[in-house]
Design a protein around this ligand. Structure first.
Ligand SMILES: [Zn+2]
Length: 64
């Protein structure tokens, strides 16, 4: 019993520390750096970088 309790406490700590879960799908949220390129009106490539949170809700949109 004591072992089970400490194990559960350990898991709870590690999950609250690093991993976040989506309130909608309940899956883990990963933060990734998304780089998109677009052509500006002057015909030059422009790269946009942004950090996005990816979970099951939007992974299809992000990864295609
Ligand atoms: Zn989600």
């Amino acid at each position: 019993m004591a072992k089970d309790h400490s194990f559960a406490a350990k898991v709870a700590r590690s999950t609250s520390k690093g991993q976040r879960n989506c309130p909608v799908c309940g899956g883990p949220i990963q933060t990734i750096r998304l780089v998109t390129s677009e052509i500006s009106p002057r015909n030059a490539y422009r790269f946009n970088q942004k950090m996005v949170n990816v979970c099951k809700c939007n992974s299809k949109e992000i990864y295609g």
